[in-house]
Write a protein of this length. Structure first.
Length: 216
């Protein structure tokens, strides 16, 4: 049986996501009548739990699929769109939700557009992202990679991280991973979401793991 980076990631992140869902319920209090937009998410995240809202719309650049017959208790739609330019009216959703996506949308300007769109279409907001200040880079599962000069990162990721080993020397894929991952600091999160509370998840005492912008 060969090494599978995806399986490895799933095992590591499963417990974290379960704890994060508890935080989501505590801070946002989703209700049975709420409409929720998950920007950059997939139905599998929601079908792993009992339904919490009336309907979930998952939105991605490329529209996915959802087997409604397999999960009859869930009301889920898959939509195609760009989180930086949402085609919805202001306050269209009771909850705008995003989990580990804003760090992958591009430049700082792209991230500002993404954050502004979430705050525009959602009455309540939940946007989580890994912390720049955490010494472990979660996408590459290696320490300090994200603190290195950007020009050094492809080489380090390729030869010294599990993600690079799994890519088997595919330098184009590794370069794309590096180019489309921009972690965010707490100061930047406050700037991106000025009317939100910034909640910190911790990897260990005084070591932030991720930040969550919350507007109730």
């Amino acid at each position: 049986m060969g090494f599978s980076i995806n399986t490895f990631y799933q095992q590591i992140f499963r417990l974290w996501r379960k704890k994060r869902l508890v935080l989501f319920q505590r801070y946002i209090s989703p209700g049975k009548e709420d409409l929720l937009l998950d920007v950059g998410g997939y139905p599998i995240f929601w079908t792993a739990h009992a339904p919490m809202v009336a309907r979930v719309d998952t939105l991605n650049l490329h529209c996915g699929s959802f087997d409604a017959e397999r999960f009859p208790e869930h009301e889920i739609r898959t939509l195609e769109g760009d989180g930086r330019a949402l085609e919805f009216a202001d306050g269209s959703y009771d909850i705008a939700f995003s989990n580990s996506v804003i760090e992958h949308v591009g430049s700082w300007e792209d991230q500002k557009r993404f954050a502004a769109e979430m705050c525009r279409v959602g009455k309540r907001v939940w946007c989580q992202t890994p912390a720049l200040e955490c010494p472990i880079e979660p996408h590459f599962l290696a320490p300090f990679v994200h603190w290195l000069p950007r020009s050094w990162r492809p080489f380090v990721v390729c030869y010294f991280t599990p993600r690079g080993w799994a890519a088997k020397g595919n330098k184009a894929a590794i370069q794309e991973m590096v180019d489309w991952t921009r972690l965010i600091s707490k100061r930047e999160m406050k700037e991106l979401f000025p009317d939100c509370q910034i909640v910190t998840e911790y990897l260990a005492p005084f070591v932030p793991k991720s930040y969550i912008a919350v507007r109730r």
